[in-house]
Design a protein around this ligand. Structure first.
Ligand code: SAM
Length: 241
């Protein structure tokens, strides 16, 4: 089969999956309240309570940005971990996940540090954090930097804690970043606790498979894959050497 035919088939395959995922999402979000109302409902949940799937589906459907936003299963896992983590959270790649983390982790006094490399996107997320007075999120504009064999965010080292317990790894975008999400461990691994949990989205894509392979050979990690109907994510437990 020629390379062009293969590319077309692969594009059709992913388009079909994306359309199916959207249909499924809108079914689950059917009659869910509007974004503003959902944010208020989630902000007033008792600490420790996870938003329902319908609430998360409603947020996702009204957020828009479907090509770049995490899917419902990943958001649900983010929410589950945010309500139970006992230490600070690092987020790579901001968006709806930042809002959900801020609302849920903030309820039990856990702070979020989020890295974003696109100025326009940073402003959009920052405005929403301010509009809803979500104060426990430290959102940083962190341009991508050349680290030699890979690119990754230039983190504000002086401001970051030394004991991250949860990492939401959904950026930088792999298709335009040499090394994709690989830089997380070499650049910030020394700021993680023993058994820090990394939620790596899109774990079945070629670039993320390569990231997991490199992390597994270079660091002490336990990886478990969560297969979804339309993709997968990985739960990676990291143990500093
Ligand atoms: C996969 S997205 C992160 C999404 C976030 N975790 C969420 O669930 O909403 C990774 C990065 O893509 C970029 N991005 C998000 N939306 C975009 C858009 N519409 N166009 C171009 N880049 C976008 C942002 O820099 C973001 O940090």
């Amino acid at each position: 089969m020629s390379h062009t035919v293969k590319n077309i088939l692969s594009f059709l395959h992913w388009s079909f999956k994306l359309v199916n995922a959207q249909v499924e999402l809108y079914k689950q979000a059917w009659l869910a309240p509007a974004f503003d109302e959902l944010v208020l409902e989630i902000a007033h949940l008792p600490p420790g309570q996870i938003p329902t799937r319908k609430m998360l589906a409603g947020l996702l459907a009204s957020w828009g940005n479907n090509l770049f936003t995490a899917d419902l299963d990943y958001l649900e896992e983010v929410a589950k971990q945010a309500v139970k983590t006992s230490g600070p959270i690092l987020e790579c790649g901001s968006g709806l996940t930042t809002i959900i983390l801020g609302l849920l982790a903030g309820q039990h006094g856990v702070e979020v540090w989020s890295l974003e490399h696109i100025p326009k996107w940073y402003s959009r997320v920052n405005k929403i954090l301010q509009r809803y007075k979500i104060s426990g999120v430290n959102l940083y504009l962190s341009p991508l930097q050349d680290f030699g064999s890979f690119y990754w965010y230039s983190p504000p080292f002086a401001c970051l804690p030394y004991d991250f317990r949860l990492v939401i790894c959904d950026g930088p975008p792999s298709y335009q970043t040499p090394g994709g999400r690989y830089g997380l461990l070499p650049v910030l691994g020394q700021r993680f606790c023993a058994n820090t949990l990394i939620l790596l989205d899109d774990a079945d894509r070629e670039s993320e498979i390569e990231v997991l392979r490199r992390w597994s050979t270079e660091a002490k990690v336990n990886v478990s894959l969560r297969k979804l109907t339309y993709g997968s994510f990985a739960l990676v437990n990291y143990f500093p050497k």
